[in-house]
Write a protein that binds this ligand. Structure first.
Ligand code: R5P
Length: 296
């Protein structure tokens, strides 16, 4: 067996699905905390000359980064041919420029660091805005996958007469593709961000009140973007919107905040585990993993 899957504990359910589709075995390892809080890592499988995937949800990246580094570097030191990170959600993509003097451009620094510990990266819908493609900042093999098809499929099965709504200009990329897949109308608002939870939205007038608004965004973090759009839609007497997020970050009370904004339903992809996960992206990941295995 030349492919091994090493799963972070919380990603085991997802890794099981991947394993079922790939000719792969689970890699065995131990991770535990020493009493002082430092991390102990031991790889128990023979990884020599093997392609090794590490499956890790990278939300809250600061709490996982060191363990990931210890694992990746140990796998490499033990002779793995390729160490490839499967991170369905790629963090640190939003601070992609210096907005104010003295700020760290963490997108670039994180990319440099991650590229120094793994040979390849597979991810889904990273937040590409000013950085146009991941390979602009990641000098390793990268596969960027998209959740457009399963999202469109979910909408097709659950919503009649959808109007696909994007919160901001960046969202146009996936909003347009989903609308085209469905043959549905779409609209994108203009968002200005003044702070983490302080945004203003300019939303066009929707004349057809029979449409069912489906707000689609890549990330739901504080939920403010979606809540503000919901407010605008309700003010225009449209029906309560369905909110679809690819990456369910939901910081602090974001989930309740969004539910209380009068939305009909909140649905996300399982790129980060959350009670709202309804759209399965494992088949997309299998495609990406197969592509990388065939290249290397
Ligand atoms: C940023 O531009 C992203 O595409 C999302 O719109 C944003 O991260 C959502 O954040 P929040 O849920 O905090 O409004």
């Amino acid at each position: 067996m030349n492919i091994l899957l090493f799963s972070f504990p919380e990603a085991v359910a997802l890794t099981n699905k991947l394993q079922a589709h790939l000719n792969a075995e689970f890699g065995l390892f131990q991770v535990r905390d020493f009493p002082d809080g430092e991390t102990y890592v031991r790889i128990d499988s023979d990884v020599t000359y093997k392609t090794v995937f590490i499956v890790c949800y990278l939300d809250h990246p600061n709490t996982k980064a060191l363990t990931l580094m210890f694992m990746a570097r140990t796998l490499k030191a033990l002779g793995a041919k390729n160490v490839i990170l499967v991170a369905p959600y790629l963090p640190y993509m939003r601070q992609d420029k210096q907005f104010h003097p003295g700020e760290a451009i963490t997108s670039i620094q994180f990319a440099e660091w991650l590229s120094s510990i793994v040979d390849g990266l597979i991810t889904i819908d990273p937040h590409l805005h000013r950085i146009k493609q991941l390979t602009d900042i990641y000098p390793i093999s990268v596969i960027t996958l998209h959740a457009i098809k399963p999202i469109s499929e979910w909408i097709k099965q659950h919503v009649s007469n959808p109007l696909i709504v994007g919160p901001d200009e960046e969202s146009f990329q996936w909003v347009k593709m989903i609308a085209d897949e469905l043959g549905a109308p779409c609209v994108v608002s203009k968002k200005t961000r003044h702070g983490d939870r302080d945004i203003t939205i300019e939303f066009p007038v929707i004349n057809d009140k029979h449409l069912t608004p489906v707000i689609v965004d890549d990330i739901i973090s504080t939920g403010t973007s979606m809540a503000k759009i919901a407010e605008q839609l309700l003010m225009q007497t449209l029906s309560p919107p369905i909110c679809i997020g690819i990456h369910a970050l939901f910081s602090h009370d974001a989930y309740d905040h969004l539910l209380n904004a009068g939305v009909k339903e909140i649905v996300t992809c399982n790129t980060i585990p959350h009670v709202t996960n309804q759209i399965d992206i494992s088949a997309i990941l299998v495609d990406g993993m197969s592509q990388l295995v065939n290249v290397n």
